[in-house]
Design a protein around this ligand. Structure first.
Ligand code: ADP
Ligand code: MG
Length: 327
């Protein structure tokens, strides 16, 4: 089964960024309010995610590392939803098969924390008491230490960390209600307190996207027939070397979508900002029944029931906002 895990790991675990994504999603699933991430050498040497979520009961700890061991399927309708998301209950098993992994956790009912360790395909899985507050820590060391072929595909430390940081940024924008701390090689890179009001959210956008973006960005907040679009649009005069400041969330989920990109680009173009690269952090809130976010589990695509309406609403809102400030 460990070999099967390693094969599955090829799908789930491509690089440190894909590990961090799975670990952060687990922390968020466990109702964490604060997540601390410690990274060394771009995540190849060490990735540690500590949360203050619900924790894992001691008897479930070894199970959490086993394949298809999700605790998140409760009934058949759940199962269907889970299946549509692709592999489930495989992330920890896969990650542990290509690293040295330590899982430490404590539930609120438990008087102490418990810990299991694994090393690649050799499941040591000693379970022992440990010191840890309520919540969970997953420590992943020496990623791909036992799969040299995969390790060869890793890029430089900086590139790997850039990818990893992008995952954290996207989730930090999706979850203003959770605090995130990210450290790389002992230095703080992001320190985001939970943001509960407008000022706090703006502060977070400034920290994640850079103060220069926030300073010039146009705040947007428009609601029409039950659809709300809010966030920040960068003015076309804002130039940023990193071309990819485009964050779009549908009902709290990060989405990269052709229809959305098209509507924004067209609004820019029609206000005579020809050829400018749009920058934005935008949140669309719609009736969940009007959108299918699980079209593809990893590609961040969406399908709107009334895509024409969404496109026109986006275009119209942004066009009006931009036209107001046209130089
Ligand atoms: P999945 O998230 O699809 O269920 P994973 O392999 O990512 O599968 O995790 C396996 C199980 O381990 C989860 O279902 C959950 O019960 C438990 N788990 C993992 N990480 C955490 C965490 N940070 N807090 C609480 N439970 C966790
Ligand atoms: Mg998971």
């Amino acid at each position: 089964p460990r070999l099967a895990n390693q094969i599955a790991a090829g799908e789930v675990v491509e690089r440190p960024a894909s590990v961090i994504k799975e670990l952060l999603e687990n922390s968020l699933d466990s109702s964490a309010r604060r997540i601390d991430i410690e990274v060394e050498q771009g995540g190849v040497k060490l990735l540690r995610v500590r949360d203050d979520g619900n924790g894992i009961p001691a008897e479930d700890l070894p199970l959490a590392l086993a394949r298809h061991a999700t605790s998140k399927i409760r009934d058949l309708s759940d199962l269907e939803q889970v299946l549509s998301l692709g592999f489930r209950g495989e992330a920890l098993a896969s990650i542990s098969s290509v690293s040295r992994l330590t899982l430490t956790s404590r539930t609120v009912e438990a008087s102490e924390a418990w810990q299991v360790e694994t090393e690649g395909r050799d499941m040591h899985s000693r379970i022992q008491p440990a010191a840890h507050p309520v919540g969970t820590s997953v420590e992943v060391r020496d990623l791909f230490f036992n799969t040299p072929a995969r390790r060869k595909f890793l890029r430089t430390e900086k590139t790997e960390f850039d990818h990893l940081q992008e995952v954290v940024r996207r989730l930090a924008l999706a979850r203003f209600d959770v605090g995130f701390n990210l450290r790389h090689n002992g230095k703080s890179v992001l320190a985001l307190r939970e943001a509960t009001d407008e000022a706090g959210r703006a502060r977070r956008v400034g920290a994640v996207c850079g103060p220069a973006f926030l300073e010039q960005a146009l705040p947007v907040d428009v609601e029409r027939s039950g659809v709300r679009l809010w966030g920040w649009v960068g003015l076309p005069t804002f130039s940023r070397s990193q071309a990819d400041l485009q964050y779009f969330f549908v009902n709290g989920r990060a989405v990269r979508d052709k229809l959305v990109a098209h509507a924004v680009r067209q609004a820019y173009r029609d206000v005579l900002f020809n050829g400018r690269h749009p920058t934005f952090v935008l949140f669309l809130e719609v009736d969940p029944a009007a959108v299918d976010v699980n079209v593809h589990p990893t590609k961040h695509e969406v399908r709107f029931r009334d895509s024409r309406m969404v496109h026109d609403f986006l275009y119209g809102t942004l066009h009006r906002a931009l036209a107001d400030v046209r130089p």
